[in-house]
Design a binder for this molecule. Structure first.
Ligand code: NAP
Length: 298
């Protein structure tokens, strides 16, 4: 079968594209290497998506999934390894299959950025986590630290402050990229300590992380903690598409206002696309635009 549109990635942008694509009367296949939903699944509360005062990230993602599936989008849980261009048709290869379509929307999102410290990988799942809402409850009444200064770090610290005995928020600057409203809420918490102009420099632990070293301005110190939550943004994973799309210096896909890449019939949407603002609302906007552009491909 030749699909009209194959969407790579079942996050917010991808599932929005599926909704618009199916409603335009197109056959749509979504390929997702993990579970559908993307990064927003990990957000405890979404309170800045227009029309919803508050909704959990998991509910938001499930609603999108339910809507896309109900409209006839086909989901396959396969990781994409390559894409190809034969002119009027495109191919998408996964670890299991090769699919053919008239157009491709790359909505592959981005993955968590690691601190890049020695032993970080070894201690992941052993005291180091990239998802507070997933793992926070393992640290009930314990001491944790969150690294980062964006909304994810602020939200993680708020979530953990309701679970943990003590939470340190470690940020490399003294002002935050995340919303001031969240910073203010954190400042009111008795069990949250801000460590600003500070960087984690070393991790200690054999089977389990127990201590971190911190460089704060001119001072070096160690902190005994049970859990470290890393929330320092994302990095794209677009190298496998680089044969057919241009990437910017950060590895994000360059696409125009209609989400068109340099290859006719291949579009990019959401966090994987080069842009300055990455929000839930911009992901849905991209998904919409990419699908309506792809729907015009004959
Ligand atoms: P982000 O906004 O890119 O913030 C990343 C933070 O990590 C920045 O404060 C950055 O510091 C810091 N950082 C980056 N590399 C670092 C390194 N190597 N060492 C130490 N610190 C480092 O990422 P995010 O917080 O994951 O948010 C991503 C997007 O999702 C944002 O647009 C955000 O608003 C959105 N979001 C929304 C919600 C919500 O509305 N519920 C929740 C979470 C995220 P600098 O500031 O110094 O660069």
């Amino acid at each position: 079968m030749i699909y009209d549109i194959i969407i790579i990635g079942g996050g917010t942008a991808g599932m929005t594209a599926a909704i618009y694509g199916t409603r335009a009367g197109k056959s749509v296949l979504i390929l997702e290497g993990e579970t559908p939903g993307g990064q927003i699944v990990n957000a405890a509360h979404v309170e800045n998506y227009p029309g919803f005062k508050s909704i959990s990230g998991a509910d938001f993602a499930f609603n999108l999934f339910d809507q896309a599936k109900g409209l006839g989008a086909v989901f396959a849980y396969e990781a994409v390894t390559a894409i190809g261009d034969n002119g009027d048709t495109k191919t998408v290869t996964t670890q299991q299959n090769t699919y053919t379509s008239k157009s491709i929307i790359i909505a592959a999102g981005a993955k968590n950025r690691p601190l890049g410290l020695e032993d970080e990988e070894r201690l992941t799942g052993r005291g180091i986590s990239y998802c507070a809402t997933c793992d926070g409850n393992f640290f009930r009444d314990k001491v944790t630290a969150v690294v980062g200064g964006g909304n994810t770090a602020l939200e993680d610290a708020l979530f953990l402050s309701n679970v943990c005995k003590q939470v340190y928020l470690i940020h490399r600057r003294d002002s935050f990229r995340g919303e001031q409203h969240r910073v203010d809420l954190l400042r009111e918490k008795q069990n949250v300590t801000f460590l600003l102009n500070a960087r984690v420099t070393k991790l200690f632990g054999e089977d389990q992380l127990h201590t971190i070293a911190i460089q704060q301005e001119e001072t070096e110190k160690t902190l005994d903690i049970d859990g470290l939550f890393v929330a320092i943004g994302q990095i794209p994973q677009n190298q496998i598409f680089a044969n057919l799309v241009d990437l910017d210096q950060g590895g994000y896909i360059i696409a125009d206002e209609a989400c068109r890449t340099k290859t006719k019939g291949i579009f990019a949407a959401g966090d994987c696309r080069a842009k300055t603002i990455r929000q839930l609302s911009t992901a849905t906007a991209d998904g919409t635009i990419a699908a309506l552009s792809a729907a015009q491909v004959e």
